[in-house]
Write a protein that binds this ligand. Structure first.
Ligand code: COA
Length: 140
């Protein structure tokens, strides 16, 4: 996982983040895609907090990497969708990601201002049918 993230990103920050989260975050959802016993895709989800709102159960999706030779084969999509399902199973109500605005909406992510609006609705206990409250997007 470290090697993949180190090769995909320009800086070692993401690879180092993986190591830190593995050691310090709980729970951690860490998913890999393998091809011939080689890790070609990886993503990780771990708890994040929203200042002033300690009662919200939110996971952050980061980092996310697919080896260039294996991109555009829906590996990234499978990792994100599986990660969201795992978060639901763990009882987390929302997932935030700092990522490409053109990529994440396909999984149900939406702008942070809208996420906040929906979280407020959820906290008030109202039912919002057909509305995914488990995902959110913060644009770069
Ligand atoms: C972003 C990334 C994880 C996508 O993985 P992937 O396995 O190629 O994604 P999928 O095959 O599931 O999806 C491919 C789609 O994503 C789109 N996509 C890929 N990178 C994108 C980007 N930076 N912005 C917008 N869309 C992007 C492709 O155009 C393609 O669109 P289409 O389905 O309409 O043809 C991969 O490109 C990657 O590792 N990039 C480098 C690291 C990175 O930027 N990580 C994400 C940080 S937020």
């Amino acid at each position: 996982m470290h090697a993949l993230n180190a090769s995909v990103f320009e800086s070692p920050a993401e690879a180092n983040l993986v190591d830190t989260l593995q050691k310090q975050a709980h729970p951690v959802v860490s998913l890999v895609a393998e091809n011939n016993d080689t890790v070609v895709g990886h993503t990780m989800l771990s708890p994040v907090s929203l200042s002033g709102h300690p009662g919200l159960n939110i996971m952050g999706l980061a980092p996310m990497a697919v080896a260039p030779a294996h991109q555009n084969k829906v590996i990234g999509s499978a990792l994100v969708r599986t990660g969201l399902e795992r978060c639901k199973e763990l009882g987390y109500g929302a997932v935030v990601v700092l990522g490409h605005p053109g990529y994440y909406p396909r999984f149900g992510f939406f702008a942070l201002s809208t996420l906040w609006y929906r979280l407020r609705i959820r906290r008030a206990g109202r039912s919002v049918h057909g509305c995914r409250v488990t995902t959110g997007l913060s644009s770069r």
